[in-house]
Design a protein around this ligand. Structure first.
Ligand code: 4AD
Ligand code: MG
Length: 430
């Protein structure tokens, strides 16, 4: 018999097939037994109908428990009421293992309990739906850049220097030296951009964030495009196109998962270009009006992110930040050198910053000065300064955090459910 995945069952109507998976649920009604089997691609109802009281198939069925592993054989039948439009008329059940006392039962469990059992929690419908959306988001991102002539560049995880400030660095031994886990691939991509024009890296980023918020992970995934000769304006346009592309893809291909998550798709469908834009100076009084205690020149904290994320129905782009709250590499505005040509995109519905980026300093002297001002050791940045000596070029790029986007699209409160195994403050198990 042919092994078929549940998602492909509809094209195997009236054939005898084999499903390999786990028992999701069982139910009996008189002479009929219903078995819900999941195989990772879906859930199908398998039905056993019997005339005899002690049918051996019934005995096997009665032994089944939640998450027992099985091979179910039978005929694929059309059934309009069934979720995929088909069900299985069972002719045989092969038990691989009877699972005893599966800890995650249909009753409600506390989040700490579920996090402790994350390796099993992944099997539940909602978690499955979130991770399907995540995979789609990642696929969309890769397709977006690959189809637009961007070259994928894998930047190192072990690095000698900081990109996003020294307070969140993860230090590790590197033989007789110390190294840091990458906070961002940006600096390396500025080098690859000079070799390839348009590039992107896509990998994990590590930040020893000591703040416990629903928007922060210690290890998260970030896609970072970098474009030689692009301005701040160009990078805003690229970010907007990317966000719209991801949205469209997920709405088209992961409808069922959004429905499983009870995510109202209407606010996502309403999003269109151009995204609203404000400068730091323009948004500052609005933050205060909405109750923020921010002082002029301060960076946004969690309360400001929440306010910004509720201002509009579409993501909002904030630009022209006070230079001193931003990273050392940001290009200053020509008229107002105290302002940095950076941009942050804030997702609506309270989801916070999904994109951070901007234009980079291309003047070698200014860059060296900023490295000094930020108290960074010059030696590890020599190669980075070199890029400004040998055919310097204005350039821009950004980083988009995958988990923030997934949380937003799925409409889930906490970012910890958007990655299979989240690394959280003081938590590294499982
Ligand atoms: O704003 P960030 O720190 O920007 C950079 O790292 C730049 N070097 C990117 C670039 O220009 N190439 O981070 C970019 C995005 C944020 O907007 C957010 O979506 C996400 O990465 N992010 C996090 N996501 C989850 N947990 C964290 N701790 C995150 N820190 C940043
Ligand atoms: Mg940022």
């Amino acid at each position: 018999m042919k092994w078929v995945y549940i998602e492909d069952l509809a094209s195997a109507r009236d054939q005898d097939v084999e499903i390999r998976g786990w028992v999701y649920n069982t139910r009996s009604s008189g002479r009929i037994r219903f078995l819900l089997v999941r195989d990772g691609t879906g859930i199908v109802q398998a039905t056993i109908f019997s005339r005899e009281e002690n049918d051996p198939l019934f005995e096997k069925f009665d032994a089944l428990t939640q998450e027992s592993s099985v091979i179910v054989r039978g005929r694929v039948r059309e059934d309009k009421r069934a979720p995929g439009g088909v069900e299985i008329g069972v002719s045989g059940i092969e038990i691989i293992q009877i699972a005893k006392d599966y800890p995650i039962t249909p009753k409600e469990h506390s989040t700490p309990f579920l996090m402790e059992h994350r390796h099993l929690w992944l099997r539940s419908r909602k978690q499955h739906a979130v991770l399907q959306v995540r995979a789609e988001v990642i696929r969309a991102i890769r397709g977006f850049f690959d189809d637009r002539g961007f070259r994928l560049m894998d930047t190192p995880i072990l690095t000698p220097s900081a990109c996003e400030g020294t307070t969140t660095l993860f230090e590790t031994k590197y033989f007789d030296q110390s190294a840091y886990l990458s906070q961002s691939g940006q600096l390396y991509n500025e080098a690859t951009a000079a070799a390839f024009g348009k590039v992107y890296c896509f990998g994990p980023a590590f930040r020893a964030e000591k703040s416990k918020t629903r928007r922060h992970l210690i290890e998260f995934w970030m896609v970072e495009p970098e474009v030689a000769f692009a301005t701040l304006e160009d990078t805003i346009a690229l970010g907007q196109d990317l966000v719209l592309f991801i949205l469209e893809r997920v709405l088209k291909r992961r409808r069922a998962d959004l429905a499983e998550l009870e995510r109202d798709a209407a606010p996502l469908e309403a999003i269109a270009a151009p995204f609203p834009r404000l400068t730091y100076d323009e948004v500052f009084p609005r933050l205060q009006e909405k109750g923020s205690e921010i002082k002029y020149g301060d960076d946004f904290g969690a309360p400001e992110e929440t306010i910004l994320s509720d201002l509009y129905a579409a993501p909002v782009c904030i630009t022209h930040f006070p230079a001193r709250i931003k990273a050392f590499y940001m290009q200053p505005d020509e008229q107002r050198p105290d302002l940095a040509l950076g941009v942050d995109f804030f997702a609506p519905e309270g989801y916070g910053e999904i994109i951070g980026g901007g234009q980079r300093i291309h003047d070698p002297d200014l860059l060296a000065e900023r490295i000094r001002e930020h108290g960074l050791p010059p030696e590890p940045y020599q190669w980075y300064i070199d890029l400004r000596k040998y055919g310097t070029f204005p350039h821009s790029g950004f980083g988009l955090g995958v988990e923030r986007v997934v949380a937003w699209l799925c409409g889930i409160k906490h970012i910890r459910e958007t990655i299979p195994f989240p690394r959280l403050l003081y938590r590294i198990y499982p």
